[in-house]
Design a protein around this ligand. Structure first.
Ligand code: SAM
Length: 499
């Protein structure tokens, strides 16, 4: 079947063979019939396209884009990707799109630049601040910002009583001098006689330099630590005293001073604002709802959105509350970090089941029957059953190193089914939904996230339209490679339509 829905003159879209996976269970250890059948069923939807390359589908695609880079959000996709999808979906000014996992607000900003209304939902405080600062790009007083810049040049760090609100996992992230200077400039910004808007921007700029000035580096699942940090030094002293070799950690090289990092970041932000304030954009309205998408979505009115463009957390154990721990603590939300972690769509081995709480929540909305129906959709799905059984078998064979993977996978797809069901309800007829996601592999079992989610969406009532497969496949974790060999995994954009 060849759909020509998205074939525009300027788009190179081609169907390429070899996109399907032929074996899902390494060594043929577990039943894989359901996954193979799924692959056959949706094979015609798979399309490799040069339009969506890996760069476009990652944060790197925002290089050179104004505003998007104000905070380094490596899990984001590019504004160009959003703009391309908006064009393909025929979404126009006056329409509203939804981004249920808003992150650094790429979709909201891209919509803003095209005069399209948008609603985002996001759980992390650092993303809330990013949106507060970015969304006002047209409202800043450039003269005030330039005064701030000059003041900063003339201000050297002095004494401060401010303390970084550390939590256990952030302890030792900065040298004593850096931490002191950071808190000095934090208080300095708060005490400036400038508008509330400029203060918000300052707060974002300060939050945006935390990684750069620290002994940490964001690395997917965790924060990696520089060998100079007290955490690493203490750990290695203990190892040496036990006769063990010290762990070799990251070397971030020379770190900038707080003032330098702050001035550099402020330069970029002010330059972006000055450029953008020269441009006139069509009036439109975007809003970010703070909270858990599983709880917010059921409260939104039905049949309103013309499209959804999103990427949820991937089913890859990456823990946003760990990688963004510095920012979360700095913004004063450190005490909430455990709740934030548990609120995430289950994507870490630490996520506990949310189903009981979700059942109560749907009951409180008078929607217990709907809850049961959605739950049955996923629990009765044969692919879901096959995947869960395969992972249990692999655990029994000691081929999965953390039992939490089993719960994570089961909960991930269960929770996503609730998201999909709500998206179907809140979208208007004819709306397109695009999800960026990665296929994953645990214990030698491939989980075809793209086709399985498409299958769940179809069971709920969406019409599968296309699965754009990125030209460069994703590798595997080194552990998986060692044990089960290399298996290229698809990274895809799944597109569905509400009939
Ligand atoms: C892959 S990122 C999205 C990135 C976004 N597309 C961008 O360009 O910045 C997934 C986001 O979902 C958020 N998230 C995870 N679970 C959530 C939940 N239950 N409710 C709301 N947001 C959630 C994470 O904090 C993260 O920012």
């Amino acid at each position: 079947m060849q759909l020509d829905l998205f074939v525009a003159d300027d788009l190179l879209v081609q169907t390429v063979s070899g996109l399907t996976t032929e074996a899902f269970s390494h060594g043929n250890v577990c039943p894989q019939g359901e996954r193979l059948a799924l692959e056959m069923r949706y094979a015609a939807l798979l399309e490799e396209t040069d339009v969506f390359n890996r760069k476009l589908v990652s944060y790197q695609g925002n290089k050179g884009e104004l505003v998007h880079g104000w905070i380094r959000y490596k899990e984001g996709f590019s504004a160009q990707l959003v703009a391309t999808l908006i064009q393909q979906f025929g979404i126009l000014p006056g329409d509203t799109i939804l981004e249920p996992f808003a992150g650094s607000a790429t979709t909201l900003l891209a919509a803003k630049s095209l005069g399209i209304d948008a609603v985002g939902i996001e759980i992390l405080p650092v993303c809330h601040l990013a949106w507060q600062a970015k969304s006002h790009v047209f409202n800043y007083d450039i003269a005030e910002l330039r005064r701030l810049q000059s003041l900063l040049v003339a201000t050297e760090p002095g004494s401060t009583a401010g303390q970084f609100p550390h939590i256990t996992i952030t302890e030792g992230a900065f040298s004593t001098e850096t931490e002191h200077d950071l808190m000095f400039y934090t208080a300095w910004c708060e005490n400036l006689t400038v508008s509330a808007l400029t203060k918000t921007l300052c707060r974002l700029v300060l939050a945006s330099i935390l990684e750069e000035i620290s002994y940490t580096r964001k690395d997917g699942q965790y924060l990696r630590w520089d060998h100079r940090s007290s955490k690493v030094q203490t750990r290695n002293q203990i190892r040496i005293s036990q006769g063990k070799t010290p762990i070799k950690e990251v070397d971030k090289g020379a770190l900038p001073s707080v003032k330098t990092a702050l001035m550099d970041a402020l330069d970029i932000v002010i330059a972006d604002i000055a450029k953008l304030q020269q441009v006139t954009f069509r009036e439109s309205h975007q809003e970010l709802i703070k909270g858990n998408t599983l709880r917010v979505l059921p409260t939104l009115a039905s049949d309103q959105f013309a499209g959804v463009i999103t990427s949820p957390p991937y089913c890859n154990r990456y823990d946003y509350t760990r990688t963004y721990a510095l920012e979360i603590a700095y913004l004063g939300a450190g005490q909430e970090i455990h709740d934030l972690r548990q609120g995430l769509l289950s994507c870490t081995v630490e996520n506990r089941p949310k189903l009981d709480a979700l059942a109560l929540y749907y009951a409180s909305l008078g929607q217990s029957d709907r809850f049961t129906k959605i739950l049955q959709t996923v629990q009765r799905n044969p692919v879901f059953i096959e995947i869960n059984q395969a992972l249990r078998a692999r655990w029994d064979r000691q081929e999965i190193n953390n039992r939490g993977v089993l719960g994570m996978v089961e909960q991930y797809f269960t929770e996503l089914t609730f998201v999909f069901a709500e998206l179907l309800r809140v979208c208007r007829r004819g709306a397109y939904v695009a999800f960026v996601n990665d296929n994953v592999r645990y214990g030698g079992e491939i989980i075809p996230v793209d086709l399985f989610t498409t299958n769940l969406a179809e069971d709920l009532g969406f019409e599968p339209v296309r699965v754009h497969v990125l030209p460069q496949r994703k590798g595997n974790s080194s552990q998986q490679m060692e044990k089960f060999g290399r298996e290229a995994l698809r990274k895809s954009i799944t597109v569905w339509r509400k009939p």
